[in-house]
Design a protein around this ligand. Structure first.
Ligand code: ARG
Ligand code: GLU
Length: 723
C-alpha cells in the first residue's frame, strides 16, 4: 500500500452550507452548523433549547435505553416512553403461559405494581466535548498504524483520568468521521428501570413481520418504563427504597399532530451507518454480503416459524429470536432494492470520478490523495472471500444455540486453565446462572433442526478450508446425512439442558473441564471457532485494518475535496439530532404514500385469530363507538405517520418532536423502499415511521384505563399552552 501523507488543508471542513434532511447531527454543534437551516425549515425554538449544558434542555429528556434503543422522559416522575419492541425483552421476561403479558399487555396502575428489570439501564448525556487535539496529540501521518493506535489509547487513558466528573458519572470517548475526530461524553446511568406498561402485542406489534419495515403501518409500537433513583435523585442499584427519578427536563406532549411540510426532528441514539463508502463496498453489499446473509436467515426463519405456529410455548420462547432474525433479514432485502433502484453504485462512481478530477486539478490534493481510490477498490476485492466466510460464520454460529452454550462453557474451561480452582468456581457459577436463564427460552427440537439445516449451508456454500473438519468427519460417519448427524449430536451432547449440565459439572474442576472438552457439541463449536480463527480471521483482520486506515484517509479526503458539501459523522450509537419535514412520497411509479394512517386501516387489516393481524375485542369496541376521547381528530383516530428524518437502528423509541420541541410521535421504523439510507440516503424514498403520540395516549387512556399515567404527563398546544 502506498504511504499517504495526510494533509490538513482545511481542518475537518464541517463549516459548509448545509442541505436539508440527510444527516445525523451532533447536538452540541447544532448552534454553529444547523440552527439557521433548521429555522428555515420551520423550527421555532433555538439550538440552545435542544442542547445546553448550563440549564435543562431537550437532551436531558433523552436516554439511551439499555444501550440498544432510545427512550424519552415524559413526566417529572421519570416516566419513560420507548417502543414495544425495545421493551420486549422485559415484557417477555415477565411473561409466562399464566401471565402472558406478550399476549395481554401489562399495566401498572400505581408505582407499587411496576416491575424491576435487572440489567436494564437508562443513560443520560450530561455534556459533550471535542477532545480531538488531546486524543491525536503526537500522532503524525507517518506513524505506523499500530503505534498510532497505541498512542491514541494512551492519550485517551490520560484524558480519562484528567477529566473532572462526579463519582456517579462516567466518561466515554468515541471516534467520529472514521477516527478523524474524537468527542468525550460525560454520562449518568440509572440501573433501576421498572416496567410500567405495554399494550398487547396485537397492538404493540400489530402486523408483526408482514408489516415490519412497511408503510402504510398501523402498529402502536410503544411501552413505558420508569427510572428510579436514590433519595438524592442519583443513580443507584435497584432497591425497594428507591424513588421515581426527577428529571432536569421532560417532554411536553402535543395534541396537534403534524401536517405535510411541518418541521420534525428525531433525537436519539442511531447505531451504525456507512455513508462514506467506496463504490466497491456498496457493490459488495448488494451482490455478495446481503444475499449471503438473507439466504441463511431465510432457512433459519422457515425452521423456527414451523415450530412456533404449532406450539404456543415455543411461540412465546422464540418470539423475540424470530423477530430479531427476521428484522435485519427484511431490511437487507429493502436495502438491495433501494440501492439498486437509486443507482447507488453508479452515483457513487460518479462522485469518485468527480473526486479524482478535483484531486488531479490541485497539486496539494494530488500529493495527498492520488491513488487512494484505487487502493480502496483493491482492498475491497481482496477482503471479499474472507468477508463472505465471516458472514457465513457469524450468521450461522449464533443461530445454533448449542454452539453458543458451548462457547459460554469455554469461559469455564479457560478460567480453570488460567486461574485454577478459584477462577473455575467463579466462572462456573456465572455461566450456570446465565445458561439456566437461556434454557427457559430454548427448545432442543428447534435447535436440532436449525443445526441440521444451517450446518448444511455452512459446509456446502463455502470453500472447504473454511468449514470445520471435525464436523465434516462426523457427517461422513453418518453417511453425509445432515439430519442424522444432527440427531446423533443432540443425543450425545450434555450441554443444552439443566439436568444433563448439572451432572456434567459435578466433580472436581479438572475432571469437569475434561468432560466438557469431550462433549460433542463443545467439540464442534471449538473446531468451528478454530477453523475460522486459523483460516479466515488473520487475513480478514489484516485487510480490515487496511480498510479502516484507508477509509479514515478517504473521509478526510472527501472533506478536503468537497469543501462545500455537508458532512456529518456516521452513526456510532451516540446522541444525534436529525431533522426534516413530515412528507408524503412516491415509492413507485403510480403509487403515493399518505402522511398518516388511521384506525380505519387497523380495522381493514384485522384478521380474527390471525397470528399477526388479530385485534383485542376492546379495541374493536372502542373503534365501533368512535370513543377516541381528546385523541381523535374529526371522528378519526390517527395511528402512525411518516417524515423525511434520517434515522437508523437504535433510533427506535426516539421522540419525534415538532417545531416547538413538543412530542408528536415515537420513532420506530423506516419505510422498506428506503432502508438503504444506512449507506446512501436518498430524500425521495427514505422515510422514517412514527407512532402518532395521540394513538399512544388513546391506548393508555381508553384501552388500558391507565389514568394514573395520563395524569402525570403535560399536554400542550403549538404555542406551548397547557391543555
Ligand atoms: N424494523 C424495526 C426495527 O428495526 C422494528 C423491529 C421490531 N418489529 C418486528 N416486527 N420485528 O427495529
Ligand atoms: N426499528 C429500528 C430500531 O430498533 C428503527 C428502525 C430503523 O432501523 O430505522 O432501532
Amino acid at each position: 500500500m502506498k504511504k499517504y501523507v495526510l494533509l490538513f488543508i482545511v481542518s475537518i471542513s464541517i463549516f459548509f452550507k448545509g442541505f436539508a434532511e440527510e444527516g445525523m447531527w451532533l447536538p452540541q454543534l447544532l448552534q454553529s452548523l444547523n440552527e439557521k437551516e433548521m429555522k428555515r425549515m420551520g423550527m421555532k425554538i433555538n439550538a440552545s433549547d435542544i442542547y445546553n449544558i448550563s440549564k435543562g434542555s431537550l437532551k436531558d429528556a433523552i436516554v439511551s435505553f439499555g444501550g440498544f434503543c432510545t427512550a424519552e422522559v415524559i413526566s417529572d416522575k421519570g416516566l419513560l416512553l420507548t417502543n414495544h419492541h425495545c421493551g420486549f425483552d422485559a415484557i417477555q421476561t415477565h411473561s409466562s403461559v399464566q401471565n402472558n403479558y406478550i399476549r395481554d399487555g401489562f399495566w401498572a396502575y400505581n408505582t407499587g405494581q411496576e416491575l424491576k428489570n435487572p440489567g436494564l439501564f437508562a443513560t443520560f448525556i450530561i455534556r459533550i466535548d471535542d477532545v480531538t487535539k488531546a486524543v491525536l496529540g503526537g500522532v503524525s501521518s507517518s506513524l505506523p498504524e499500530k503505534e498510532r493506535q497505541s498512542l491514541i489509547d494512551k492519550n485517551i487513558a490520560a484524558l480519562k483520568t484528567m477529566t473532572k466528573k462526579e463519582s456517579y458519572q462516567d466518561i466515554l470517548i468515541r471516534s467520529f468521521f472514521e477516527a478523524n475526530k474524537y468527542y468525550l461524553f460525560i454520562t449518568e446511568t440509572y440501573n433501576d428501570v421498572r416496567m410500567v406498561g405495554a399494550p398487547p402485542s396485537s397492538i404493540g406489534n400489530f402486523g408483526k413481520d408482514t408489516d415490519n419495515w412497511m408503510w402504510p403501518r398501523h402498529t402502536g409500537d410503544f411501552s413505558m418504563f420508569r427510572i428510579y433513583a436514590d433519595k438524592n435523585n442519583k443513580p443507584a442499584a435497584y432497591s425497594p427504597d428507591n424513588v421515581p427519578y426527577k428529571p432536569k427536563r421532560s417532554l411536553n406532549i402535543s395534541l396537534d399532530g403534524v401536517k405535510e411540510g411541518d418541521f420534525t426532528m428525531v433525537f436519539g441514539f442511531p447505531g451504525r451507518t456507512n455513508e462514506y463508502l467506496h463504490s466497491s463496498a456498496i457493490e459488495q453489499t448488494v451482490n455478495v454480503s446481503d444475499p449471503a446473509k438473507i439466504g441463511i436467515r431465510t432457512k433459519a426463519l422457515n425452521v423456527i416459524d414451523g415450530f412456533m405456529r404449532k406450539d404456543e410455548e415455543i411461540g412465546i420462547q422464540y418470539a423475540k429470536k424470530y423477530a430479531s432474525i427476521s428484522n435485519a433479514w427484511k431490511k437487507w432485502q429493502g436495502e438491495i432494492l433501494g440501492l439498486t433502484k437509486s443507482n447507488a453504485v453508479t452515483k457513487r462512481k460518479e462522485l469518485e470520478a468527480n473526486f479524482e478530477k478535483i484531486v488531479m486539478s490541485k497539486p496539494e490534493l494530488n500529493v495527498a490523495y492520488m491513488g487512494l481510490l484505487k487502493d480502496l477498490e483493491k482492498v475491497y476485492k481482496d477482503i471479499e472471500p474472507y468477508a463472505y466466510a465471516r458472514d457465513y460464520y457469524s450468521e450461522i454460529f449464533p443461530k445454533i444455540e448449542l454452539l453458543m452454550f458451548a462457547n459460554q462453557l469455554k469461559g469455564v474451561v479457560n478460567a480453570f486453565e488460567k486461574n485454577g480452582e478459584a477462577g473455575y468456581n467463579l466462572a462456573k457459577e456465572k455461566v450456570v446462572e446465565r445458561l439456566e436463564d437461556q434454557y427457559k427460552d430454548y427448545s432442543a427440537a428447534v435447535d436440532e433442526k436449525l443445526f441440521s439445516v444451517l450446518m448444511e449451508m455452512y459446509v456446502k456454500d463455502q470453500k472447504d478450508e473454511y468449514s470445520s473438519a471435525y464436523f465434516k468427519n462426523l457427517l461422513k460417519d453418518n453417511g453425509g446425512d445432515y439430519a442424522k448427524t444432527a440427531s446423533s449430536v443432540y443425543k450425545q451432547s450434555k450441554i443444552y439442558c439443566m439436568k444433563d449440565l448439572q451432572a456434567l459439572l459435578s466433580g472436581n474442576a479438572k475432571d469437569v473441564c475434561d468432560a466438557i472438552k469431550k462433549d460433542i457439541g463443545y467439540q464442534i463449536a471449538m473446531d468451528m471457532q478454530e477453523t475460522f480463527t486459523n483460516n479466515v480471521s488473520e487475513s480478514l483482520n489484516g485487510y480490515q485494518a487496511t480498510i479502516n486506515q484507508l477509509q479514515r484517509l478517504y473521509m478526510q479526503a472527501q472533506m478536503d475535496v468537497f469543501t462545500k458539501k455537508a458532512f456529518y459523522p456516521d452513526a456510532n450509537s451516540t446522541l444525534r439530532v436529525t431533522y426534516g419535514n413530515a412528507k408524503t412520497f412516491q415509492p413507485r411509479d403510480g403509487v403515493k404514500y399518505d402522511l398518516h394512517t388511521y384506525m380505519e386501516g387497523v380495522m381493514e387489516k384485522y384478521k380474527p385469530g390471525d397470528y399477526e393481524f388479530d385485534l383485542p375485542q376492546k379495541l374493536i369496541d372502542l373503534y365501533n363507538k368512535k370513543d377516541f376521547g381528546r385523541w381523535g381528530v374529526k371522528g378519526k383516530q390517527p395511528v402512525c405517520f411518516i417524515a423525511a428524518n434520517h434515522t437508523t437502528g437504535g433510533n427506535s423509541g426516539s421522540p419525534a418532536l415538532d417545531a416547538y420541541g413538543n412530542l408528536v410521535g415515537l420513532n420506530f421504523d423506516r419505510a422498506w423502499e428506503g432502508t438503504m439510507s444506512d449507506i446512501n440516503y436518498d430524500p425521495s424514498i427514505c422515510r422514517n415511521i412514527m407512532v402518532d403520540i395521540r394513538y399512544v395516549m388513546f391506548i393508555v387512556e381508553k384501552y388500558a384505563g391507565a389514568k394514573n399515567l395520563i395524569a402525570e404527563m403535560k399536554f400542550v398546544s403549538k404555542a406551548g399552552v397547557k391543555k
